[in-house]
Write a protein that binds this ligand. Structure first.
Ligand SMILES: [Zn+2]
Length: 292
């Protein structure tokens, strides 16, 4: 018995430093979680969690749950998208004034929001150039917070940015020669992408993605689509396609799907998930806009 007790005690002594060394990083939602997963690959003693469930999507109207508050109180660092995506931040500042924060949007040239809910359009991650900047910002913050892991994080950051640069080139080449460049998207997720690749978003089908369209809004969009000679309409896998389907029936404009990369696939998230989604979007855009 005494032997077992000694063994247990020595095990505990061995385990304690490991427990104390384990750090918890919380990312606000899926895109930030995905970027941070790439940065923290191969590091030890750092646990990464996503605050919002991986199927939540954008944080429009997101309310913090009691579970979220508990998660934040157990976090060593909180990673956010910034640019207004986390509408609950004033509450976080008040409840956790000492929680270190890393804002991925620092230095990004922000576009105004059209929905009026926030000052800026927060969907900044949807160009590889912005994603690179975000990854660099997150890397800088994580290296400062976890100096022992800084070499690994920096190396991961450089490798990821190289992949994102290659993706940017692929998108630029793939979208350079199209028979038309105008489209309607489902919600206000793609203005950064359109600016980067010289596309024109004629209108957004649902400025408030959770609300159904009124007959007046539908009528306005039908006129707009006819005036623009039936540009393609894009739904998003995270939202019902009813409005786009109705518009398509009324006008004959074709419907396709663009993915804003805000939700995780089932099972393990591949580290190149962002690239996979953006390559999928590229193929769909080339088909919808008539690549030449
Ligand atoms: Zn959104």
């Amino acid at each position: 018995m005494k032997k077992i007790l000694t063994l247990m005690l020595s095990l505990l002594v061995l385990l304690l430093p490991a427990l104390a060394l384990s750090e918890t990083v919380t990312a606000s939602f899926f895109p930030i979680y995905l970027f941070a997963s790439n940065l923290l690959e191969g590091t030890e003693g750092i646990e990464l969690h996503s605050l919002a469930q991986p199927q939540t999507g954008c944080l429009h109207d997101y309310q913090l749950s009691s579970g979220d508050l508990k998660a934040l109180s157990n976090s060593d660092v909180f990673l956010i998208n910034g640019a207004g995506m986390e509408g609950f931040m004033s509450f976080v500042f008040e409840a956790f004034p000492d929680l270190p924060l890393i804002d991925a949007s620092t230095g990004i040239d922000l576009l105004p929001s059209e929905s009026g809910e926030t000052e800026y359009n927060a969907h900044i991650w949807l160009t590889p150039a912005n994603a690179s900047r975000m990854v660099q910002n997150l890397s800088d913050g994580l290296c400062a917070s976890f100096p022992k892991a800084a070499d690994t994080i920096s190396a991961n950051c450089s490798a990821y940015i190289q992949r994102l640069d290659a993706l940017d080139k692929e998108l630029r080449d793939g979208l350079s020669s199209l028979s038309r460049r105008d489209l309607l998207t489902f919600h206000e997720a793609f203005p950064y992408f359109a600016r980067a690749y010289d596309l024109e978003i004629v209108a957004v089908i649902a400025l408030e993605p959770e609300d159904p369209l009124s007959p007046a809004q539908l009528g306005h969009l039908v006129t707009l689509i006819r005036d623009h000679d039936l540009p393609p309409l894009f739904t998003e896998p995270q939202y019902p396609s009813l409005a786009a389907d109705t518009l398509s029936r009324e006008t004959g404009a074709p419907v396709y799907e663009l993915n804003p990369c805000v939700t995780a696939p089932d099972g393990t998230v591949p580290l190149d998930w962002y690239e996979q989604i953006m390559r999928g979007n590229l193929a769909v855009l080339r088909e919808a806009l008539g690549a030449q």
